[in-house]
Ligand binder design. Sequence first.
Ligand SMILES: O=C(O)CCC(=O)C(=O)O
Length: 222
Amino acid sequence: MPLPGFGGPEPVRSRPAPGAVHVPGWLSLERQRKLVAACRDWARGPVPLRHTRLPRGGVMSVQTVCLGWHWQPYTYRRTADDVNGARVAAFPDWLVELGQAALADAYEDTAAGVGYTPDTALINFYDGRATMGMHQDKDERSGDPVVSLSIGDTCVFRFGNTESRGRPYTDVELASGDLFVFGGPSRFAYHGVTKVRPGTGDPATGLASGRLNITLRVTGLE
Ligand SMILES: O=C(O)CCC(=O)C(=O)O
C-alpha cells in the first residue's frame, strides 16, 4: 500500500542491485510543490546555491546547497568555509520523517525507517547541461542508506557497483516524484547522472525547468 500522501497508485518498484530500490512516482504533486518551495528558500541562504569548486580547480556543473552539515570536497563541516563561512540551514524534523517513510516504503518494511535519522541533505540543481560523474558517497561515517528524491526533468541515473566506476551498471530513468534508495550492500556503490532530459518536468511542481535532487544521508558525525 502506498503511504498516505506519498503518491497515487501502487508504484512498480525496481531493484537494480541488492539494497537499491527505485520507487517511481513516490512523491505526490503536492509534496513535490512543497519541496520545491522549501528548496527555493534554502537556495537563498544562509549559504547560497552555488557550483562546488573541486580541489584540483574544476567546478561541478550542478549547483548545490546543503542542510545540517555542509559538504565540501571531501568532508562535512557545520560552516561553508569554501563559500561564505556561514553555518548551513538546519535539517528540519519533517525531512527526517520523510526519510523514514521513504525507507519503510522502499524496503516494504515499516521497521526499515525506525531510527533512521538523516542529519544532512545535499540539494542539487541540474540545468539541461549539468551531469554528475560516477562517484561513491563515502564522506559519511555511517553505513545508513541514502534516500534520493527527484523533482523536475527526468534524468538518466547510472547505478553501478562498489568496485569501480565501470560495468556492471544499470541506467535508471529518474522522473519527477521518484524515490531511489541505496543501502546495505549497495550503500557505497558508484553512481552518477549521465544526462538530463530538458522539458520533461511538469511546471506544476513549481520548477519551470531543470531538475532537483535531494539526497538525505546520515553523516555519523557529532
Ligand atoms: O542527482 C542525483 O540523482 C544523484 C546525486 C548524487 O549522486 C549525489 O548527490 O551524490
